[in-house]
Design a protein around this ligand. Structure first.
Ligand SMILES: Nc1ncnc2c1ncn2[C@@H]1O[C@H](COP(=O)(O)OP(=O)(O)OP(=O)(O)O)[C@@H](O)[C@H]1O
Length: 431
């Protein structure tokens, strides 16, 4: 009897344990499926609203390149399971625009109570944040007393949530809590292009890297102009808005900003930064893609000359252009920090392109697509040249090795060496 009742107790206990386990498993499955459908909804919403053109070879390439990058939120949305765990770990929410909403508490912790300042922009401070997931991000805190900042916050969140490209500083999240508005971006560990061009703390950028940076920026802008529907005009291309990652690849930052930066306090509605502004825009107040192209041209000259546009770069360029007729002889404006180490042909090609970008007549300026093509061609030629040089030196090396080997093979005993040399000399004279 006693044995029967203990069997019963054991049976009930096993049943209860199995039941609890099944309940946990069911809960797990329900939560997983709910998350998946949430992601599905957000993806389909994204697909319905993302203003990204999918026609055209370039657009497709851009889109696929940009969505598989290590820091693209789209990547996590694709992998439902990993996002589920991410969401669990971060306790962040996927927002309506498909980007993450971070909690104030998490950001406060990740920035050591907002002490990890990395810079100060027109809208407020930028902090480096070390998230508990191990990722490092940049947190831009919008100044609370700025009405424009508020407007900008909404513009940026809506716009940037839809734009992703490997040459853009992608927005990965935001925080709107405790009366604070914050934008969370991909962290760019090497800082701004301006800091590399002008700060003595950084090594001078080599010519090779400068051309790569120019192409990266051009690709980012090409995406904004021709990849996004409706197109996005940056309006504030300048070296402090170009950020560099660990591998010195460049990305365009601060796009989608509605900031009104007064160039001249009298001239209402003029946006942008003095030194980079399209003169046509200043006179007509109409900002077009070609105004971005003008600013990009200034940026190219900045890369060439290592001079700040706010300190007379363009006057310097115009003086040089008198001698070059826009085509050759741009060596006289080259950054002295390059110490003469650059390819003259490349330099003249890049400068000629830059000169076209700053043409007073906007329609005579190339499009960003044309610019990408020119810069890609320059880099392709460089690659072919280097490749050719390498194969030549490899051939030379092979010849040397062959000669060495043949010498080894035909090595003659010490006592016969003079004889052999004599005969070869004789041959030479004969022919
Ligand atoms: N994603 C980021 N990663 C690393 N550093 C960043 C990032 N975003 C901004 N910074 C740094 O923070 C500083 C301020 O950037 P912010 O974009 O707010 O202003 P800015 O572009 O320098 O000036 P302005 O607001 O006048 O355009 C810059 O020095 C920049 O180098």
């Amino acid at each position: 009897m006693k044995g029967e009742s203990s069997d019963l107790i054991i049976g009930i206990s096993i049943g209860v344990v199995i039941g609890v386990l099944l309940a946990i498993l069911a809960l797990f499955c329900i939560r997983y499926h709910r998350k998946r459908s949430q992601i599905g909804n957000s993806s389909s919403r994204r697909a319905a609203t993302i203003p990204i053109r999918t026609n055209g070879a370039d657009a497709c390439t851009i889109l696929s390149d940009s969505t598989v990058g290590p820091d693209s939120p789209v990547k996590s949305a694709r992998n439902g399971m990993s996002l589920w765990f991410d969401g669990f770990r971060r306790s962040n929410v996927v927002s309506a625009s498909g980007i993450l909403e971070y909690s104030y508490k998490d950001l406060q912790k990740a920035t050591y109570n907002f002490t990890t300042l990395i810079g100060q922009g027109a809208f407020g401070p930028v902090y480096r944040a070390q998230m508990s997931t191990g990722e490092t991000v940049a947190v831009k805190v919008l100044a609370t007393d700025s009405k424009q900042g508020e407007k900008e916050f909404h513009t940026e969140v809506m716009l940037l949530g839809r734009l992703h490209h490997r040459n853009l500083v992608n927005l990965i999240g935001y925080c709107a809590e405790k009366g604070q508005h914050m934008l969370i971006y991909v962290y760019m560990s090497k800082g701004s292009l301006a800091s590399h061009l002008y700060s003595e703390n950084n090594e001078p950028l080599s010519w090779d890297i400068r051309v790569h940076i120019a192409l990266d920026v051009a690709r980012g802008l090409e995406y904004l102009h021709d990849g996004a529907v409706p197109p996005v005009i940056h309006r504030d291309i300048k070296s402090s808005n170009i950020l560099l990652d660990q591998a010195m690849r460049a990305r365009v930052a601060d796009f989608g900003l509605s900031r009104e930066e007064m160039v001249d306090r009298q001239a209402v509605n003029i946006r942008g930064t003095y030194g980079y502004l399209d003169p046509e825009y200043i006179s007509t107040k109409a900002f077009t893609k070609k105004s971005d192209v003008y600013s990009f041209g200034v940026l190219l000259f900045e890369l060439i000359a290592g001079r700040n546009p706010q300190q007379g770069l363009m006057e310097y360029v115009e003086l040089a252009a008198m001698n070059t007729e826009g085509k050759v002889g741009w060596e006289e404006i080259v950054d002295s920090r390059l110490e003469g180490i650059y390819d003259v042909q490349e330099l003249n090609e890049v400068a000629a392109l830059a000169y076209k970008c700053i043409n007073r007549i906007p329609r005579k300026r190339p499009s960003m697509r044309d610019i990408v093509q020119v810069l890609s061609r320059i880099l392709k030629l460089r690659y072919n040249r280097n490749h050719h040089k390498k194969s030549l030196s490899a051939t030379a090396e092979e010849v040397t090795i062959d000669v060495d080997q043949s010498e080894t093979k035909t090595q003659v005993p010490e006592h016969r060496r003079d004889e052999s040399m004599d005969s070869s000399t004789a041959d030479t004279y004969e022919t």
